[in-house]
Design a protein around this ligand. Structure first.
Ligand code: GLP
Length: 243
C-alpha cells in the first residue's frame, strides 16, 4: 500500500485529483469507479476545474458508482444519482450513457444488483476505483460483518451509518435504511484503488483499517491485500498511525 500524506482536505483533494487525472490521460477510455460522500467533493471540484482549463477530456471515460440508497428518486438531492450529476457529471464532458449508478428505484433490487455486476464485467472491469471510508470502516455500503466474497448486493444500513449520514437529511427518519452496493469482491477486482480520508474523526478507523488485522469487522482492512492501493489522507486522519 502506498500512503500519500496530505496537509489538509484541500491538499488531499488535489493530490487525489492528480492520480485520477493521470489515469484519464494515460487511458482516455478508462473505467472509473466513483464514490460519494463529503470526502470526494473537493476532488471532483478539482477534476471539473482541470476539465474547464482544457487539461482533461472525459468524452471516452466510463464510470460505475459504488452504491445508491434504495427508494430515493433521482431528483432527491440526497440520492447518489443527484449527487454525481450535480458535483461532477453535468460539469464535465462525460457522456450520460457512459455513467452507471445502481438503480435505487427498481422493483427487483436483487436482480438489479446482478445486472449491475454484469455491467461492470461488460465494461471490462474497473481501472481505478475511488473510495471513501465510513466511520465504522465500511467501504461503499459494505458494513462490518459483510463477507469479503460478496458482489453487488442489497444491504440494510447499520445504526451508526444511518446516524452518520443523517447530517445530510432533515430528520433521522428520512435516511433510507437500505441500499445497493458493490460488494467487497467487486471493489477488490478493480485494477487500482485510491482511498481518500480526512479529519481526526477518522483517525482511529484509519489506524485499524490499514495497520490492524484484516477482518470483516473492519471491511476496509481487506484493502491491505490488494496489490495496488493508494491511501491519500490528511495529517489529522493519519495522526494515530505509526508512519
Ligand atoms: C457513505 C457512503 C460511502 C462513503 C462513506 C464516507 O455512507 N456510502 O461510499 O465513502 O459513507 O462518507 P464521507 O466521505 O461523507 O465521510
Amino acid at each position: 500500500m502506498k500512503i500519500i500524506n496530505a496537509n489538509d482536505y484541500n491538499d488531499m483533494s488535489r493530490k487525489a485529483a492528480n492520480i485520477i487525472s493521470a489515469q484519464v490521460i494515460v487511458k482516455p477510455d478508462c473505467v472509473l469507479g466513483l464514490a460519494t460522500g463529503s470526502s470526494p467533493l473537493g476532488l471532483y471540484a478539482n477534476l471539473v476545474e482541470r476539465y474547464k482549463q482544457g487539461d482533461l477530456d472525459f468524452s471516452q471515460v466510463k464510470s460505475v458508482n459504488l452504491d445508491e440508497y434504495l427508494g430515493l428518486t433521482h431528483d432527491n438531492p440526497q440520492s447518489y444519482y443527484y449527487f454525481m450529476n450535480e458535483n461532477l457529471f453535468r460539469q464535465i464532458n462525460i457522456a450520460p450513457e457512459n455513467t452507471h449508478i445502481p438503480d435505487g428505484l427498481t422493483e427487483n433490487a436483487e436482480q438489479a444488483c446482478t445486472e449491475y455486476e454484469q455491467i461492470i464485467q461488460s465494461l471490462g472491469g474497473i481501472d481505478l476505483q475511488l473510495l471513501g471510508l465510513g466511520n465504522n470502516g465500511h467501504i461503499g455500503f459494505n458494513e462490518p460483518g459483510t463477507a469479503f466474497e460478496q458482489l453487488t448486493h442489497c444491504v440494510s444500513l447499520t445504526e451508526s451509518t444511518i446516524q452518520a449520514n443523517s447530517r445530510f437529511f432533515e430528520k433521522l427518519e428520512d435516511v433510507p435504511t437500505k441500499a445497493c452496493t458493490m460488494g467487497i469482491k467487486s471493489i477488490m477486482s478493480a485494477k487500482k484503488i485510491v482511498i481518500i480520508v480526512n479529519g481526526k474523526g477518522k483517525a482511529d478507523i484509519v489506524q485499524k483499517a490499514f495497520f490492524g488485522p484484516v477482518t470483516t469487522d473492519v471491511p476496509a482492512s481487506i484493502l491491505q491485500m490488494h496489490p495496488d492501493v493508494t491511501l491519500v489522507a490528511d495529517a489529522e486522519a493519519l495522526s494515530l498511525c505509526d508512519i
